[in-house]
Structure formats: C-alpha cells, structure tokens
Write a protein that binds this ligand. Structure first.
Ligand SMILES: CC(C)(COP(=O)(O)OP(=O)(O)OC[C@H]1O[C@@H](n2cnc3c(N)ncnc32)[C@H](O)[C@@H]1OP(=O)(O)O)[C@@H](O)C(=O)NCCC(=O)NCCS
Length: 232
C-alpha cells in the first residue's frame, strides 16, 4: 500500500502483523528494553521494514536508533521515515543524493475522537473545509465525501508533514504551522489522492530555494489511512 504513494527512488516495506522473534541490533534492544511489549513489537517491526527497504537499495542491515527528539538515525547517505499503527507497520527509504527527505504516516481510518482533538490539530480554514466535505466535528461518525474520514486524513497528513520537515530543519512544527489541502483523485474501494502542506512559518532554504511546503499522496484501504511525502 505505501509503495503505491511513493515516487520512484524511494523503497518501502510494510507489515500487517508482527512476525515472531524479530531480531534487533544490541543497541536497539538496549534503547527499547524498558518499553512495554506493544511498543517493543512496533519498534522491532518498523525496523524490520526499514531493513527490508534498505536491502532493496542494496544496503546491508544496520541498527536504526532514534535521537532525543524521536527521529530515526539513518545511516549516512540515507533518508527515510517509519510509521506504526494497530495492524500496520511501514518504512520508506531513499538515497540522500536523489531525495532530500521522506515522511510517512499511517492511522486507523475512523473519525478523530470527538473530545476536541480536531480543534487542537487543525486550523479554522481546515475545519471549514472538513465541514463541507462531511467530516467535521458536527458531521457524525460516518465518512464524508468519497467515503473518507477527512479529519483523520488531515491528522495523518500533518504527521507526515512533521516527519518530512524535522530532518530538514531540526525544528518543531506545530499543527497550526501548516495548512493542508486535499484532492480526491480516485474513488471506489480505495479512495486515494494528493495533498499539499503549505507552511505558515519560514522553512528556510533548500538547495537555494525557499521551503514553502510539501506535496504528498494518500490512500485509504483496509481500515487504514496512509500518507506519504517525498521531498526531491
Ligand atoms: C513524532 C510524531 C509525528 C509521530 O507520529 P505518530 O502518528 O504519533 O506515530 P507513528 O507511529 O506514525 O510514527 C512514529 C515514528 O515516527 C518517527 N519519528 C518520531 N519523531 C520524529 C521526528 N522528529 N522526525 C521524524 N520522524 C520522527 C519515528 O521513527 C517513530 O517510530 P519509532 O519511535 O519506532 O522509531 C508525533 O507523535 C508528534 O510528535 N507529532 C507532533 C508534531 C506534528 O505532528 N506537527 C504537525 C505539523 S503540521
């Protein structure tokens, strides 16, 4: 599923369950040793995906630690991203010579909790758009236009935005700092489309050009929503 929304040059791997006895590198085992079982499983499965994707780039398996901000520490010359949610783990990687950053995210395809989460992760303009698409806080629990829970998709697109942004800037980006707009390209059993994250804070320069936003793709299938950004 993730491979469908990533461009050529980015390799990916995904799992819909946690295989038993996944090996971790000693430094990874030490990093996750005190976490609860559920967290250990998602950490190990996501790294299994990362190593599988790196193998497709012709790279040997290595340990992938996270830094103090949680960002994965890829080997020199590699950019990538990982995600995990109930029933899904994935990783995407590319060579930094051809790809500046990658951000992927997966969420359950269901409405956001109705206890104020939407207002804390969205802009007023995004909430107006969601209401028109039938996925706002006052829209009930059914999906909106095209069979999509757009509020959850918005959340996932923001998470992908942060994961693409952070390795480029090493700075925080709040939910109020990017305005996401969507298009629905494909309807049916697997709605899919594109999105644009317009940055509302200075992004600095990237190869001489101002970083003003990111373009991404999304797909909804099998009870999951998956989003991906690849910055070329
Ligand atoms: C870090 C964050 C994006 C993770 O997203 P999530 O949906 O909670 O969880 P996911 O399972 O999809 O992703 C977790 C993975 O993200 C990656 N990640 C964590 N922090 C990261 C960072 N700063 N930069 C890049 N990737 C990061 C890690 O690989 C992590 O998995 P691991 O701990 O097993 O290595 C989220 O918890 C967060 O802090 N969000 C606030 C910032 C934000 O989203 N701003 C919106 C900007 S528009």
């Amino acid at each position: 599923m993730i491979g469908e929304i990533l461009p050529p040059g980015v390799e990916s791997a995904e799992l819909f369950h946690d295989p038993a006895d996944l090996g971790l590198f000693p430094e990874e085992r030490a990093q996750i040793a005190r976490a609860v079982d559920k967290r250990q499983r998602e950490y190990a499965s996501a790294r299994h995906c990362a190593r599988a994707a790196m193998g497709r780039l012709g790279l040997d398996p290595v340990g992938i630690l996270k830094d103090e901000k949680g960002a994965p520490q890829w080997p020199r010359g590699i950019v990538g991203s990982m995600t995990h949610t109930e029933g899904y783990r994935a990783a995407a990687v590319g060579f930094s010579m051809g790809m500046r950053s990658v951000g992927i995210d997966a969420e359950q395809h269901a409405p956001l909790p109705s206890d104020g989460v939407l207002s804390s992760v969205s802009l007023p303009a995004e909430r107006e758009w969601l209401a028109a698409a039938g996925s706002g806080e006052s829209s009930g629990s059914g999906p909106g236009e095209g069979g999509v829970h757009w509020d959850r998709l918005l959340f996932s697109a923001k998470e992908s935005t942060y994961k693409a942004w952070y390795p480029l800037t090493e700075r925080w980006l709040g939910f109020e700092d990017a305005h996401i707009t969507f298009s629905l390209v494909h309807e049916g059993d697997s709605p899919a489309g594109t999105f644009h994250s317009r940055l509302l804070v200075p992004g600095g320069t990237l190869a001489g050009d101002e970083l003003t936003g990111f373009d991404g793709r999304w797909v909804v299938r099998g009870g999951l929503v998956v989003t991906a950004i690849a910055v070329i």
